[in-house]
Design a protein around this ligand. Sequence first.
Ligand code: ADP
Ligand code: TYD
Length: 209
Amino acid sequence: MTRRTGLFISLEGIDGSGKSTQAELLAEGLEAAGHDVLLTREPGGSPGAEEIRALVLRGDPARWSAETEILLFTAARRDHMERVIQPALDAGRIVVCDRFADSTRMYQGLSRGDLRDLVDSLHDLMIGREPDLTILIDMDPSAGLARAKGRNGVEERFEDFGLELQERMRAGYLDLAKAAPERFRVIDGARDMKAVARDVLAAATAALP
Ligand code: ADP
Ligand code: TYD
């Protein structure tokens, strides 16, 4: 008997780079090709993790220390992994996840001092795996922020961090991609949605078993 193993794909990038748009288009494209796809997101993706999402994304920017945030995002991820992602992969499905652990490496790892080691240690202890494929939607932060600001919601704790931090995170994401080329594909997000989506679908299709 052949054992079906799914494929775990994450989309990463700075705020407003088009991850959510591309995650949806990718899920549609894979489904149209006959695959069984689960589209999900972080923080969130399971009922418990969605509750944690409200805690971390709403309210005063100083509500949590960076260390507390790392614990909260990792707790949300653990629940999401246990209850949603792993069962889907075990069932042979393709999981498309809008953000995953690389977001914690960038946002909590870089925003208030260098906490990358702490993020990585907790990840190894509590999550212990990376996506099979990570699609980094790369784009200029000023254009990304302009897009993100247009949304106007209550989940704004991180979008107030400003351009300088987004620039550092863009560079940080590109460094991550360089350090793990077997997992990352970098795609230029500053183009027409459909052109970006074609490249994203091609990268995902190439990674299928
Ligand atoms: P993210 O999830 O990375 O924050 P979104 O997918 O939510 O980004 O996109 C942010 C905003 O930019 C949305 O209003 C979306 O419709 C728009 N957008 C997404 N991709 C593009 C694109 N390629 N060109 C122009 N606008 C885009
Ligand atoms: P998201 O809804 O993907 O926002 P956006 O569409 O603006 O990219 O994520 C909400 C915010 O949560 C985003 O600013 C990044 C932040 N975040 C972290 O700080 N750490 C994490 O581990 C994750 C998953 C998200």
